[in-house]
Design a protein around this ligand. Structure first.
Ligand code: ADP
Ligand code: ADP
Ligand code: MG
Length: 459
């Protein structure tokens, strides 16, 4: 059995860095933040116990620089590194480097990250574990002839996906055979440039779907699940609003999806927190595995709000070698939670990033409201990183109360000086489709085109 961690280096920035610092403080763990020159004045730097600059603003010189991060961890003699999400969090070579240097990596083993990080390999493992996957190619597509053969079985439209894709990137819809050859060549070279891996595979392109994922946690022997999150409100395959529970699952489906996620984790020997993602076909009411994220996710607070369980603290405890002091029966979902990702982007201008100086800032408050954000008045959002400036998470006794609270809290939020996506969240949460709980992943795009045409008509 291990010993509780005494010190942790956080290799990340923004709200997730702050989230990990907060958990460390509550557990009496010394927090050391590794930051870039662009983040020197940020709130996480101010609130960490210690902070160390690891390089200039560009991510490859700092947050994605494995050597710089590990050197900082060794210099500050920390027990382990928390990678957050993005950056080095799903980088198997980085986890292996930590293992080699004798620094803990807060996540699964390098081997598990490597296997599950390759979406083709992950689908094979899922099939072995008896988990249903989206119909498509069994392995990578090497050339056009193979793509044509698979297309014959899968039909059009189909989806070509990069094995190493992520963050909503590395996917292309192919409407018909006419463009298959060209699309295949283009996405392979795009994947090579973006991810350093040209491997792609084919899936049936499902059109009336929801995105539903299962949160799992494992200490290496016991695997538990913490229910689902529904992330169907997306734009361009990127999540905007997440909620738990899903408004469409019944008890049987919920149980079978959770069992599938747990079986998958047992199959690979999973440790720490992870998420098993499914697309859910609205017509056949069938879930299909799409990928596993071997890290903490952006939307983890939704699960924390309905279960009362602190996922980051569990991550830290497991990384210290402590066994889970929970059983599946201890995990009970109560009420409903909704998260809005607030981005510094202009919905009125093609969602162009909108960095700049924040004037006045007012965070919403009151019952059931949680705001996870690193911004404050006078803060200058650097242009180098992801545009997310915070997450608003609201809990209610039921879904209707959670929606009412979300709208009430969005009304209280003030972020002067920059344009954010808060107004879009108000539109979504207030729409009849969202309120009904019956919608699919195309719903936000439909809502946007509808409101754009009314804006034009009334303007
Ligand atoms: P989640 O699955 O936690 O909802 P996202 O898929 O939105 O998270 O990704 C979390 C963060 O990591 C985002 O900032 C996203 O831009 C980044 N990210 C995830 N995967 C990749 C990748 N392969 N390449 C670049 N950035 C990524
Ligand atoms: P990423 O690694 O970028 O998160 P995912 O494989 O998780 O990529 O897919 C992201 C989103 O793309 C899903 O939530 C879903 O909306 C859409 N998507 C993925 N696979 C399919 C599919 N076969 N058909 C239709 N939409 C899909
Ligand atoms: Mg995904």
């Amino acid at each position: 059995m291990g010993e509780p961690l005494r010190s942790v280096l956080i290799a990340n920035r923004g709200e997730i860095a702050l989230r990990v610092i907060r958990a460390c403080k509550e557990l009496g763990i010394r927090s050391v933040l590794a930051y870039s020159e662009a983040d020197a004045g940020s709130l996480p730097v101010k609130l960490a116990d210690q902070a160390v600059c690891i390089g200039p603003a560009p991510v490859n010189a700092s947050y994605r620089n494995a050597r710089a991060v590990v050197s900082a961890a060794l210099a500050f003699t920390v027990d382990a590194i928390h990678p957050g999400y993005g950056f080095l969090s799903e980088n198997a070579d980085f986890a292996a480097l930590c293992e080699a240097e004798g620094v803990g990596f807060i996540g699964p083993s390098a081997d598990v990250i490597r296997r599950m990080g390759d979406k083709i390999e992950a689908k094979k493992i899922a099939r072995r574990a008896g988990v249903p996957t989206v119909p498509g190619s069994v392995g990578a597509i090497a050339e056009y002839g193979e793509a044509l053969a698979v297309a014959g079985e899968v039909g059009y439209p189909l989806l070509i996906k990069a094995a190493a894709g992520g963050g909503g990137r590395g996917m292309r819809v192919v409407p018909s055979a006419a463009t298959l050859e060209k699309d295949l060549a283009e996405i392979m070279s795009e994947a090579e440039v973006a991810f350093g891996d040209p491997s792609v595979y084919i899936e049936r392109y499902l059109t009336d779907i929801r995105h539903i994922e299962i949160q799992v946690i494992s200490d290496g022997s016991t695997v538990l699940h913490l229910g689902e999150r529904d992330c169907t409100a997306q734009r361009r395959n990127q999540k905007l609003i997440e909620e738990s529970p899903s408004p469409v699952l019944d008890a049987d489906l919920r149980r079978s999806m959770a069992a599938a996620a747990v079986a998958l984790c047992q199959e690979v020997g999973y440790r720490n927190a992870g998420t098993v993602e499914f697309v859910f076909d609205n017509v056949s009411r069938t879930p299909y595995f799409i990928e596993m994220n071997t890290r903490i996710q952006v939307e983890h607070p939704v699960t924390e709000m309905v279960t009362g369980i602190d996922l980051i603290k569990l991550q830290l405890q497991i990384a210290g070698g402590l066994p889970l002091d929970l059983t599946q029966d201890d995990i009970v979902v109560r009420g409903h939670a909704i998260e809005c990702r607030i981005n510094a982007e202009d919905p009125g201008n093609g969602f162009a990033p909108n960095p700049g100086r924040i004037g006045a800032f007012r965070a919403p408050g009151g019952p059931g409201v949680r705001m996870d954000s690193h911004i404050e008045a006078g803060y200058v959002i650097p242009p180098y990183y992801d545009s997310m400036i915070g997450k608003l998470i609201c809990w209610g006794q039921d879904r209707d109360e959670a929606i009412a609270r979300t709208l009430r809290a969005l009304g209280e939020l003030v972020v002067d000086g920059i344009v954010t996506t808060a107004s879009l969240h108000e539109k979504i949460a207030d729409s009849p489709e969202f309120r009904s709980g019956r919608f699919n992943t195309a719903f936000v795009a439909d809502l946007l085109s509808r409101t754009e045409s009314t804006d034009r008509a009334s303007g």
